[in-house]
Ligand binder design. Structure first.
Ligand code: FE2
Length: 417
């Protein structure tokens, strides 16, 4: 089954918190122009649109990067007064906002606030002759916000996916597929390097389709507080939970509960550190994130794990290395589980999976393939997971032990264990 777009058809338009899609994920970064090239070169994103001094925005630069149904907004402040400036100084580069497309951003915001959310900012309407984009934000854990976005006219998300402008004051950088009009044609002064990398990425896709899940790290003792917050405020439901018996090694541990939106458009596991002989990876994250909760990883979905990992490796992405011994036991464990539940064995070439260092896990519904990058910036904070699901809706519980031993090795190298 194709996973080109997880966008769901509306079932309850009367529900203001009905999510239509992940509108975008916004990152605050020190230098959006350079970060755009990193995500384009290493992960195959199109550097599609920009909103900056050249489009009349004098306080920040925003780059829209796209791949499949993934939209990243990379934001850099242009002055020390911009609120992103202090955040970047404190936390480094990372995820600021996980924005959801809804039918009516103002109604979603009002409902969330009525449900107990703290406002990040009140509804704002961005409007021109093409249409409107309405945004309103609430605060989640730590530095993270959720913005509700509703769109009309040429700014409808379906049009944005086809290459239309993201919102007023954005311009295309690659001349793409939207009709030539003011602010839409490629601008003079666009570096040929952007055109070249975009063209290369079209011809050499990495196959990333959409955000499968997005994991937050919160402080010790705060996981249940945020689980209840997602239940109360966004009306999510608990999907799965793992305790320190599931996610521990001899030395370190964490606990995790997975929250899902009503239509399972997005799943948001929430981790807290658990006590172990040495430092939990969640505590390492918090230590390097000003002891403030934030997004630990984004899992990006692919239909072809082997192709995606092999392409990303050839582009220079650094992945976690697992001990060779992992592959001595994995096939008995995974294929045994699949057989027990009447599923076909893992169809991908087992040798290639091992050569590419990919992890495999199975449950009663099927299997999944996954692999985790090393941190995407100097601080040991945000990383990506590349995941392919063949029936399994889980998160790789069978890999936790091997994975956390690999993570401990990395923590040890950083002097943080
Ligand atoms: Fe994950």
């Amino acid at each position: 089954m194709s996973t080109l777009s997880p966008t769901l058809k509306p079932s309850k338009v009367s529900d203001p918190l009905q999510l239509i899609d992940v509108d975008h994920v916004q990152f605050y970064v020190g230098n959006a122009k350079q970060a755009a090239f990193f995500y384009a070169h290493c992960f195959g994103f199109q550097i599609e649109q920009v909103c900056d001094l050249t489009t009349g925005n004098r306080d920040a630069a925003h780059y829209l990067l796209t791949q499949g149904n993934i939209r990243f907004i990379l934001t850099s402040p242009l002055s020390p007064e911009h609120h992103a400036a202090m955040e970047i100084a404190m936390y480094g580069d990372g995820v600021k906002d996980v924005a959801f497309t809804v039918f009516d951003a103002e109604a979603a915001y009002e409902r969330a606030v009525k449900n107990g959310a703290m406002s990040a900012y009140e509804p704002r309407v961005y409007k021109d002759d093409r249409g409107t984009v309405t945004m309103a934000g609430i605060r989640s854990y730590g530095r993270v916000c959720h913005t509700f976005v509703s769109r009309t006219g040429e700014y409808d998300l379906t049009k944005v996916k086809q290459g239309g402008l993201f919102m007023p004051r954005f311009k295309r950088l690659d001349g793409g597929s939207c009709e030539p009009a003011a602010g839409c044609a490629p601008q003079s002064g666009v570096g040929s390097s952007i055109l070249e990398i975009n063209e290369y990425n079209k011809k050499n896709p990495c196959g990333l389709k959409y955000v499968d899940h997005l994991v937050g790290n919160v402080e010790l003792g705060k996981m249940n507080y945020w689980v209840k917050w997602y239940e109360d405020v966004l009306e999510f439901k608990m999907f799965k939970h793992f305790d320190d018996a599931d996610i521990s090694t001899e030395f370190s541990a964490l606990m995790s509960k997975v929250m899902a939106s009503g239509n399972h458009l997005i799943k948001m596991p929430i981790n807290e550190p658990a006590h172990g002989k040495k430092k939990s990876q969640v505590q390492e994250y918090l230590d390097w994130h000003c002891n403030t909760p934030g997004v630990q990883h984004l899992a990006l979905r692919t239909d072809d794990e082997l192709h995606s990992i092999s392409t990303l490796r050839s582009r220079g992405v650094d992945f976690l290395m697992l001990p060779e011994a992992y592959y001595e036991k994995v096939w008995d464990r995974v294929n045994g589980m699949l057989k027990q539940h009447g599923h076909e064995a893992v169809k991908e070439d087992h040798r290639k999976i091992r050569d590419l260092g990919i992890l495999v896990d199975a449950d009663d519904e099927g299997y999944l393939l996954q692999l985790f990058t090393k941190p995407l910036q100097d601080r040991p904070t945000l990383f990506f997971e590349i995941i392919c699901r063949r029936g399994s809706q889980s998160f790789g519980k069978g890999n936790f032990k091997a994975l956390f031993e690999a993570l401990e090795m990395e923590q040890g190298k950083r002097g943080n264990l």
